[in-house]
Design a protein. Structure first.
Length: 308
């Protein structure tokens, strides 16, 4: 993490009061990791200059008023990735400050994992998404995807009375699985699919699906013979000439996110284009849940040969 710290002493007519009056500093972030922030700023006198300063604010550059005796400020990232650095107050020209550009880097901070066996994908109290993607390649003919069958074991961990972990403290459950899915090939995408368990013994609730949301489509999955299965999908990207994914700036562990501007989640009675190609990628995501441990064994994508 690097910043430009420029200071300007408030001009006073009576120079004898200059030593006791505050001064204005400009703080501008020039290098930082993708998951750094928000920031707390303190000085070498022990004063808190600002708290919860957003990353975007420091990238643009912002001013603070500090005591005239301050010579060092400390900038601390208090979010997911903790890092703290000290910076000397230095003089820069207005041109130096305005021309400095921000560069995103890989933040070199340590991550501790599995300190609590009951929490799987949790880092420093923040639940990170668990993502797994399967690639498939078909033979000479294009094939149309029929459904997705996934053999995954979902575990929930019970409390450990003696503090010593063993396999007897976990149970396999049927009502937990991935929460989202994205199916795509080189020119088609299913968009973001929200996965919920099929309502049991409730036909009225089941007939509500699929649910067409603004930025996703909610569909049901079933579990039978230890296979999780779903099949309510079709290609819904608006144009094959617009990228189906965007680069994520939320986390370094998320390589891409669905380009929602190119997706049409509206209901369709007809013209439901099947996912048809010589290859396919199935992306499963567990979001906002760190108490479920998913152990994926293998996945099947039954497809039908498409003749043209």
């Amino acid at each position: 993490m690097e910043v430009l710290v420029n200071f300007q002493i408030l001009q006073l007519r009576q120079q004898q009061f200059l030593k006791v009056m505050p001064k204005t500093i400009i703080v501008k972030l020039t290098r930082a990791g993708a998951i750094s922030g928000p920031f707390t700023i303190t000085d070498n006198l022990g004063n808190v200059v600002a708290t919860d300063v957003p990353r975007k604010t420091l990238i643009k550059g912002t001013t603070f008023i500090v005591d005239n005796a301050v010579t060092i400020i400390y900038i601390e990232s208090t979010g997911t990735c903790f890092i703290k650095k000290a910076f000397l107050l230095e003089s820069y020209t207005p041109f130096d400050v305005s021309s400095s550009k921000f560069t995103q880097i890989t933040t070199a901070c340590l991550w501790r994992h599995l300190t609590n066996i009951q929490l799987y994908n949790s880092y420093y109290g923040v639940t990170q998404p668990y993502i797994i993607e399967y690639p498939f390649a078909y033979k000479f003919q294009d094939e149309i995807l029929q459904n997705v069958k996934d053999y995954t074991k979902a575990y929930e961990y019970l409390s450990i009375p003696d503090g010593v972990f063993n396999d007897n403290t976990r149970i396999e459950v049927d009502d937990k699985w991935f929460t989202h899915a994205v199916l795509y090939n080189g020119q088609q995408s299913s968009g973001l699919l929200e996965l919920v368990a099929k309502p049991k013994n409730n036909l009225k609730a089941y007939n509500q699906y699929p649910i067409f949301n603004t930025d996703s489509k909610t569909i049901t999955y079933t579990k039978s013979d230890n296979f999780y299965q779903y099949n309510t999908f079709w290609a819904l990207n608006k144009s094959a000439y617009v990228p189906m994914f965007n680069t994520s700036c939320e986390s370094m562990s998320i390589d891409k996110i669905v380009n929602q501007d190119n997706m049409d989640y509206g209901p369709r009675s007809f013209k439901k284009a099947p996912l048809r190609a010589k290859e396919l990628k199935v992306r499963h995501i567990l979001q906002d849940n760190c108490t479920t441990h998913l152990v994926s064994q293998f996945i099947l994508t039954p497809a039908q040969i498409s003749y043209k």
